[in-house]
Design a protein around this ligand. Structure first.
Ligand code: BGC
Length: 413
């Protein structure tokens, strides 16, 4: 019998987990990120190396996800594998991702593919990457070919993961590049182009126009090859709050830079992917605070522990776009798995009133299925529902994973 104290989610609500190719697959040699990790000195704490060897272990990982009771797997297709040199598409790479999709379908798991999750092929970066206009048509061509090869099996498609994040963190990344000129020079040498070629450093300087055009062309290419697949972008949206009354203009300025053009673009999409991790104060100059207020609980990432941020962000994204929303990422980096379980439960409980408010929310994907390569931070951060032994690649299911699976099976929290 249903527990009357539980909050039910809408029927057909989709429960799952997410990851990105570069962070879990391993051996992504043809990517710009790999080159940056091996620059000396590097902005990256350590190289991604074999990551979680998900390239070879995807059948086990998808079986684990399905065994928990989760029904969706958000993975990314690695452009650097599919098109390691310009125009040289790899049939073996398409075949690999076709097997990933088939494996999902065999487990009754919805395959949700992201076409770009931060990394580019090296040849794209060499030409300036996200700082160069040619990326628009190159990305669209890769999406067209990929959707022709793989689109039939997909349940949902995301074009560019967190397409707004370069603009949301532009000031911070500019300061990082200035503060570490040796790393910046080594990155330039490794890429054959300034570090702004790499997605996370690309904000400002016409990035929004380029990225939104790339999204539109990619969306059209995917839809024409696979008309049944809902296509959207995903956005990194934190719950931004003015630090005090005097910072209202600063908050508005930050919103114009980090979100407004992207919300506008998303209004023509099938859905919007929402990705939220925390609450963030904004000062009067429009700068996000680098650290949370004194005395609050912080996660491994140094973020304020704010599971309630997700509901606030969903309200904002719904008001701004009126598009169906999908939580394509939400999670916490924590050594103590009990904090992860609490975070998930609190985040989901706070979502409960949304459906009565008319917000069309389709699903929730936890970030991440596995402890994985957290970009510049390397392997220190533990976002996973499942732990990964770095020496043996052995997987260890955490209690939070079992809890999320139970919530998914009950469709209630
Ligand atoms: C990204 C992930 C990342 C996660 C946690 C998101 O910004 O899409 O790749 O690992 O946040 O930091």
């Amino acid at each position: 019998m249903a527990n009357p104290q539980r909050f039910a989610f809408p029927p057909d609500f989709i429960w799952g987990a997410a990851a990105a190719a570069h962070q879990v697959e391993g051996a992504n040699w043809a990517s710009d990120c790999w080159a940056l990790e091996h620059a000396r000195p590097s902005f990256f704490a350590e190289p991604s190396a074999d990551a979680c060897d998900h390239l070879n272990r995807y059948t086990d990982d998808i079986a684990l996800l399905a065994g928990l009771g989760l029904k969706a797997w958000r993975f990314s297709i690695e452009w650097a594998r599919v098109e390691p040199e310009e125009g040289a598409f790899s049939q073996a790479a398409f075949d690999h991702y076709a097997r990933v999709i088939d494996c999902c379908l065999a487990h009754d798991v919805a395959p949700i593919a992201t076409f770009h999750h931060f990394t580019n092929p090296r040849w794209v970066a060499r030409d300036g990457g996200w700082a160069d206009d040619r990326i628009v048509d190159r990305f669209a061509r890769y999406c067209a070919r990929t959707a022709e090869a793989l689109g039939a099996g997909l349940a949902w498609a995301c074009t560019i993961n967190e397409v707004n994040i370069p603009d949301a963190i532009a000031g911070q990344m500019r300061r990082v590049a200035e503060k570490f000129p040796d790393q910046a020079a080594a990155a330039h040498a490794a890429l054959g182009a300034p570090v702004q070629a790499f997605f996370l450093f690309a904000g400002g300087d016409g990035y929004a126009r380029r990225a939104i055009e790339a999204h539109f062309k990619a969306r059209d290419a995917i839809k024409s090859a696979a008309p049944h697949v809902p296509v959207g972008m995903t956005l990194s949206i934190q719950h931004n709050v003015a630090e005090n009354d005097a910072a209202a203009d600063g908050l508005a300025a930050y919103r114009r830079q980090a979100y407004a053009p992207y919300y506008e673009a998303a209004r023509a999409d099938d859905f919007l992917g929402v990705q939220t991790y925390t609450r963030q104060l904004i000062d009067a100059t429009g700068r996000p605070h680098r650290r949370p207020p004194e005395g609050v609980e912080v996660t491994q990432m140094g973020y304020e522990y704010r599971p309630d941020a997700l509901a606030a962000v969903c309200r904002e994204a719904w008001a701004a776009t009126q598009r169906p929303l999908f939580v394509t990422e939400n999670g916490i980096a924590a050594a103590d798995d009990a904090r992860r379980a609490a975070f998930i439960r609190e985040a989901l409980t706070a979502l409960h009133p949304l459906s009565a408010e008319g917000v069309d929310l389709r699903g929730y994907l936890y970030w991440s299925l596995l402890d994985n390569f957290e970009w510049l931070y390397g392997y220190r951060m533990q976002f996973g529902l499942i732990g990964v032994d770095r020496a043996t690649q052995a997987r260890a299911i955490k209690r939070s994973a079992v809890m999320l699976g139970e919530i998914a099976r009950a469709n209630a929290v």
